[in-house]
Design a protein around this ligand. Sequence first.
Ligand code: CP
Length: 340
Amino acid sequence: MNSVLRKRDFLNTNDLSRAELDGLLASAARFKHNRFGQQLAGRTIALVFFNPSMRTRSSFEIGAWQLGGHAVVLQPGKDAWGIEFDPGRVMDGEPEEHVSEVARVLSRYCDLIAVRAFPKFVDWRVDREDRVLKAFAHYATVPVINMETITHPCQELAHALMLKEQLGDLVGRKYLLTWTYHPKPLNTAVANSALLIATRLGLDVTLLCPSADYVLDPRYMDLGRANAAESGGSLRVSHDINASYRGADVVYAKSWGALPFFGHWEGERGQREAARHFIVDEAKMALTHNAIFSHCLPLRRNVKASDAVMDSARCKAIDEAENRLHVQKAVMSWLLGATL
Ligand code: CP
């Protein structure tokens, strides 16, 4: 394909130039002050969900409508046919159609396709290839948006906009990404994304987790280090709770499964259960530099963060969630040709 004609997708923020990233955040800030427009008039977006959602689904549907567009929600295997992704597969199992047809047909109906596809949690070597998202991007002839697979770039933009709103200049600020307990091993997507965007924006990032088993995939650790080298920020890993909280300007919490135990999670259980004290509470927040706290949501109260933290003025999780609406309008408009 002629590179001049190649479509743009929104799969990961590290694919964006710094000018594009800043432009999207500026556009989102404008949408925040002027919610309605006609940027998507007569345009449609297919929202393909392989996993549940509250914020992502509602903010994309509402955002498209507020800009004059229309969204259609599809849940393959529930209200739409199950989809096969393996090329060359003899399709005599459950899936009724191949992504090759799904992506090309939706491209004839829609101007944008957005996809949420979490890992299968069986084999990280397979899940880390992000093949569902990549297959849609490959076969679709319209731009594809990542609504969370093994990264969550829409959340990244919402988080970044909230950080800029709250702190202004971010360079050199101390940013703590802390693992928290959760009864189940969860996706690393938001943690990968937090690490990518915080290092991109020049923050001094500490990744706090119970042990080396919880360090993120080397792909994202390496990208984080490269981002930090370029932005003037930094990235370090710590297992020391008090030292990590001390002096932090931002505390961002997320739980995730330890990658060495991917697919055989029973081996992780003991370590996980012994780390319930990673909860974000007032005592830990008191060690910070009057830090703001946030989380992507959904959040289990008094498991990941205490009621007192969630109900404090320091908690900006609702602001970050609101920003999903604004940043996704910026992304949809940009992919459809609006200048940033
Ligand atoms: N933060 C986020 O993506 O929320 P949902 O899973 O509810 O969409």
